[in-house]
Ligand binder design. Sequence first.
Ligand code: AP5
Length: 211
Amino acid sequence: MDSSIVLFGPPGAGKGTQAGRIVETTGKPQVSTGDMLRAAVAEGTELGKIAKVHMESGGLVPDEVIIGLIKERIKDSDAEGGLLFDGFPRTIPQAEALEKIAPVSMVIAIYVNDESVVERICGRFTCAACGEVYHDVFRPCLVESVCDSCGSSDFTRRADDSEETVRARLSAYHEQTSPLESWYDAKGLLHRIDGNHGIDDVALSIANLFV
Ligand code: AP5
């Protein structure tokens, strides 16, 4: 398996927004553990039932569940060229498990301050048909209520995007995920990106990492 990239940062940092552009640049498929878990919740699987409780409270899903998901995902044939992990790993045990099963060549860490996170997440909505991510103020549809990408008018808002849950997700990030920053920095893999700028400016900073 070729080396993979990790996209790291607090909730609402813009990981999903930037992931599509990184996929275009690198050809590495995006693997979002959040999307995988939401699919399992929607399907009502046993895994989904476990995940739902943690996701609704803003806490992290147990490491063994997440590591099991990733071990299965990297068996797919499209993982051969490496993957773009979005929102994984989120704890040091997850990073240690990843290290044993897939090489990582780069960690892109997007930083955004906590109040911007709340503002961004509380204004987020997503096209139910194609998954394109929008924001009421920062990334509205070009034509009101029509998806720029696929033309659908069916949009959703995530159940865990209330202000109360976002603040719990931020606490989980600061307590359990942010220690990964120094863990990856010590390995010389961490690239810091200031995410407190517009979407295109952040994309440019990330694109410069690949020049
Ligand atoms: P997950 O789905 O991964 O959520 P998250 O990490 O909290 O991140 P988000 O998807 O909310 O934000 P994002 O950084 O992708 O931002 P986006 O681009 O959408 O995880 C959900 C839950 O699943 C977790 O809480 C946990 O319970 C569980 N989970 C998942 N992975 C796990 C793991 N590995 N271990 C344990 N549990 C796990 O942007 C947000 C908004 O801002 C959008 O509206 C966008 O349009 C706007 N925006 C983006 N960039 C900018 C910008 N530069 N300026 C202005 N607005 C912007």
